[in-house]
Write a protein that binds this ligand. Structure first.
Ligand code: G3P
Length: 215
């Protein structure tokens, strides 16, 4: 399973990359805006690509097909690792089909149902991003959607990768892995939480204390 970081913060990306287990990054307009980087967006994306050396999602801001296509081509020029994020709208799907046919990797985002994921895959998306946390927020089981998408893609040998997004805690990542999802993209905090267990800390402390006693 691949780990992506869901952030536009360079310090977080550098630190996560230093562990050697980071496969990619996803950004969205909210995350870029949080860093105050709307103006320097392209430079930021380029820098992230150079740190991560793997897929980096950058989202289009237009909502009509012609401008989405122009933006997608423009974003894809930034770096070979750029994946263009398209929203799951009618124009987004039409644009996905056109630019995917040109060889641009597209991540269809804001997916909240298996039917949306299936349509996006048929349009040639390289990735689909089901948002689990936001479904949990409205009392629907986000991970059930992921299980359905993985099963459907397996049934038809669909190559589109399932990129679990809107991850809020380590159990989302573990459940996604159990279901066979290809990728989980997570906030930095969740990435760090994956490593932690209090018994590990207590165990290490005891090992070192016991070693001291034997001297
Ligand atoms: O990047 C898309 C997604 O992961 C956003 O997550 O926490 O805003 O629902 P969240």
């Amino acid at each position: 399973m691949k780990f992506f970081l869901d952030t536009a913060n360079l310090d977080e990306i550098r630190d996560a990359a230093s562990f050697g287990v980071l496969d990619g990054v996803t950004t969205n307009p909210s995350l870029v805006s949080k860093e105050g980087e709307q103006k320097g967006f392209k430079d930021l994306v380029r820098e992230i690509c150079e740190i991560v050396k793997g897929p980096v999602s950058a989202e289009v801001l237009s909502t009509d097909i012609e401008r989405m296509i122009d933006e997608a081509r423009d974003l894809a020029e930034i770096h070979e690792h750029v994946v263009v994020k398209m929203p799951m709208t009618e124009d987004g799907i039409k644009a996905t089909k056109i630019v995917s046919d040109e060889g641009i990797n597209v991540n269809v985002t804001l997916i909240f149902s298996p039917s949306q994921a299936l349509v996006a895959a048929k349009a040639g998306a390289a990735y689909v991003s089901p948002f689990v946390g936001r479904l949990d927020d409205i009392s629907e089981f986000g991970m059930e959607m992921v299980g359905d998408i993985v099963q459907i893609f397996d049934n038809y040998n669909i190559k589109t990768e399932v990129l679990v997004a809107s991850v809020r805690h380590p159990l989302h990542v573990v459940e996604a892995a159990k279901m066979g999802a290809d990728i989980a993209t997570m906030p930095y905090k969740v990435f760090k939480q994956l490593l932690k267990h209090p018994l590990t800390d207590i165990g290490l402390e005891k090992f070192l204390a016991d070693w001291g006693k034997g001297k």
